[in-house]
Design a protein around this ligand. Structure first.
Ligand SMILES: Nc1ncnc2c1ncn2[C@@H]1O[C@H](COP(=O)(O)OP(=O)(O)OP(=O)(O)O)[C@@H](O)[C@H]1O
Length: 315
């Protein structure tokens, strides 16, 4: 089995709303697969269908070689799922939480495994502390340790670093890469661009529909942005002007420069050439990166609660 996840047509309907609509995904073994999209776009619902926690209204496929509809129990045994909200018991100690998870998964040599996890975490001397008293970064590390206790082959991480400081996020990603190097497959949802860049592949979802999917290095090309970088005086005023010009679809501030993008080459170049002719700023052509592509996609779909699905069909 080379594909750890292979599903097609996944659909989930709540009331009259298709919160996940005809979703396909293939995740190869050992990949770090980024799952991006605005709030309410259906990422959590999809993750839950993939591991058999939710039954889809339509669609089929396998996770870890097991049928997502009929073999959910087998899938759950081999998946480590880190939920968006801290899901350990705040009023149990760190050790009690790990021990409880170990029991649930019938982990062999449980005492040793829990002790090793506490050592790895650097929490051995605080094992009796209540989990609820840990800081956000430590809670996240504990949650990751807990979902690794049974040696899962697949990690499903739902916004694991939300609200965590940059150092803790970096450490977390070092650990994710180490695990992927050992052959663990990782599907991770995130809103952070610096994390998206670290993924081998990315799927972008809005209103339950997949808008784009590919190797992260190829996403900017798929989005098709032409980009220029502008430096010079009074960028705020220039930004306002640029935003009102036809052909310009995005103006993003990057430090002391603006990255100006368009998708219709002719209209875009006409706008850029008019401003360049004024001679007030330095213009240099830029290859659009994942960051520009991501800002563009996010801007096009904003928050999924804010508009009707038909308005989100294209970014
Ligand atoms: N049990 C449910 N009943 C009704 N609607 C639901 C249910 N679960 C999720 N939804 C709706 O489905 C949509 C997708 O939610 P989901 O949590 O999957 O999105 P998400 O992309 O994970 O969002 P976020 O980034 O905010 O976590 C939302 O509009 C949500 O309100």
């Amino acid at each position: 089995m080379t594909d750890v996840i292979a599903v097609t047509g996944l659909t989930k309907i709540y009331g009259d709303k298709r919160v996940v609509d005809d979703f396909d995904i293939t995740v190869p073994r050992g990949a770090i697969y980024g799952f991006l999209g605005p709030n309410g776009s259906g990422k959590t619902t999809t993750i839950r269908m993939l591991c058999g926690l939710l039954t889809p209204n339509a669609g089929q496929g396998t996770c870890l070689g097991f049928d997502i509809r009929t073999e959910a129990d087998r899938i759950k045994e081999q998946v480590g799922y880190m939920t968006q909200k801290f899901s350990l018991y705040e009023d149990l100690s760190i050790r009690e939480n790990l021990d409880f998870i170990g029991r649930m998964y019938r982990v062999k040599n449980r005492g040793e495994r829990v002790a090793a996890a506490l050592d790895d975490l650097g929490l051995a001397n605080r094992a009796s502390q209540l989990a609820g008293t840990l800081s956000g970064g430590w809670k996240q590390r504990l949650a990751l340790a807990a979902c690794l206790l049974h040696d899962p082959k697949l990690l499903l991480l739902d916004e694991p670093t939300a609200g965590v400081d940059p150092k803790a996020r970096r450490d977390f990603w070092d650990e994710i890469r180490r695990l992927a190097g050992q052959g663990v497959t990782v599907l991770v949802s995130t809103h952070y661009m610096d994390e998206a860049v670290q993924c081998d592949r990315i799927a972008y979802i809005a209103y339950g529909r997949k808008l784009i999917d590919g190797p992260s290095a190829e996403i900017p090309q798929q989005v098709g942005l032409e980009t220029w970088r502008v430096e010079g005086p009074d960028l705020a005023a220039l930004e306002t002007r640029l935003k009102s010009m036809p052909g310009i679809v995005q103006v993003a501030r990057f430090g002391s420069s603006l990255h100006v993008s368009g998708t219709d080459r002719q209209a875009f170049e006409k706008a850029v050439n008019a401003l360049k002719a004024e001679g007030t700023h330095r213009w240099s052509q830029q290859i659009a990166g994942l960051e520009e592509a991501f800002i563009y996609l996010m801007a096009g779909s904003q928050d999924n609660f804010a508009a009707a699905p038909d308005e989100a069909a294209s970014p």
